[in-house]
Design a protein around this ligand. Sequence first.
Ligand SMILES: Nc1ncnc2c1ncn2[C@@H]1O[C@H](COP(=O)(O)OP(=O)(O)OP(=O)(O)O)[C@@H](O)[C@H]1O
Length: 514
Amino acid sequence: MFDQLSRPLDYAEQLLVRFAALARSRDNRELQQGLAEAAGALSGSALSQLYLLDVTHTQLNLTAQWRDGRSCSRDGGTLSSDYRDQQLLQYCLTQNRPLHIDDLHGSLYQTDFLPADAGQWRCLTCLPLQDGEQHVSGLLLLAGRAGQAFQAYEESLQLLGNFTLQQLQLLQHNQPASPPLPAVTPSTALARSYGLIGESTAMQRVYQLIGKVLHNPVTVLITGETGTGKELVARAIHDYGSRRSENFVVQNCAALPEHLLESELFGYRRGAFTGADRDYAGLIASADGGTLFLDEIGDMPLSLQAKLLRFLQESEVRPLGSNQTRRVDVRIITATHQDLQSMVSKGLFREDLYYRLTPFPIRLPPLRERGEDIALLALRFADEACRFLHRSPCRWGEGTLQQLSSYSFPGNVRELKGMIARALLLCEDNLLLPEHFNLPADNGPATGMNLRDRLELVERNLLLDCLQRNQGNQTSAAQELGLPRRTLLYRMQRLNISPADLRTRERHHVQPGQ
Ligand SMILES: Nc1ncnc2c1ncn2[C@@H]1O[C@H](COP(=O)(O)OP(=O)(O)OP(=O)(O)O)[C@@H](O)[C@H]1O
């Protein structure tokens, strides 16, 4: 474990001291901060961060940070981040594999979860951490401004991190139960809601549908706008179904370029392509006996769709570079915010795959169709957040919940959850008032576009601007954006940007900057 270190005995001694200090700690925050500090001090990294998953395992929160020799957990206001937008963090969590990046400038991954830094971050190591039940529940991240090798610390810091997570679990078990929620009496409906919040008729219908597929392996397609809880439903089907003791594996099909997605899903043999330095079984094989959740299935490239269809028909995988197939028993759940049927009619999605994926669709209603759930969700999220922040339960000022309930939430439940977390940090004396939610005066669904559509529009315009500035030269545009060229091409393909778009734009627009 210590063979790559220059002074292994000194290091082992310091490591023991840190283990002992963490074992003595009886306070959640102190434990988390203690781990971040220990990881930074032991590895000599300029930055160390600890991320922990919330109880639903869908939200990743930055809970402790140690930077340049001091703790700074409160630096950036709220430190929560939705990890689905952070491919690097998501990769380590869902694959349970450490990731080392020596040169962040040439990397494919976004790293905007790192604090802004004048000197810029050069290298990074991200380690998945497991709790007492061997579930991946957090991440320990190290970053440096100079080229440093953190690999040597991987094993020992992972042990220290796993130990800390187990200590946190022990502390939690010993804590008294939190007081009951005001005004919300748990109803029988909640008991049948598979961990999801909502008592509206629309959500009751969703619970009924979930109940129908728990104990059979039918393929399920979950549709709905962004942030409506699609992944949560997929997890519920797995967690409450007969496969719960096996793996639940998640892959976002929009998160990786085609060739990477293919090798992630189907695996590869050593030497199958440059960089394949070992055998890798792939996600489908690792979900054997369990469930594979393919999010954003509408973004899966056509050639890969053919391969997925073959897998669905034959239940066999063949890793890249291998001529041997392996039989697997995997339940597939897919999700999309797109209209797959119209994609089929436009030739963007295979019709045969569409029929294979949709024997049992579940549509998740947007929050504006179940306004009566908003207050319930808000109360529960506020309670969870107070517990997380070690505060007593908050109070709600007059009219606050009513005002919240009349907002149309383009970002759905995710937006509501973020709003509550922010309001709790802004409020005084634990009293939530309408002004803490920063709701726009007029919030009609005026544009008809949801958050994702709006973000895509911004990204599309940004890429077109940059391409136009570089006279359509993709290499220079990629350089200006600090992206590898293949990432730029991949994003252009996703956003349907073609040379014709650029020509049309040139005819109708003045040059950017003029
Ligand atoms: N009914 C619900 N009860 C409790 N929490 C919910 C519910 N619906 C969504 N959430 C929370 O909202 C956030 C977004 O949920 P989730 O990621 O499952 O949505 P999604 O539809 O898969 O989003 P995307 O389309 O962006 O992938 C998560 O933090 C999740 O825990």
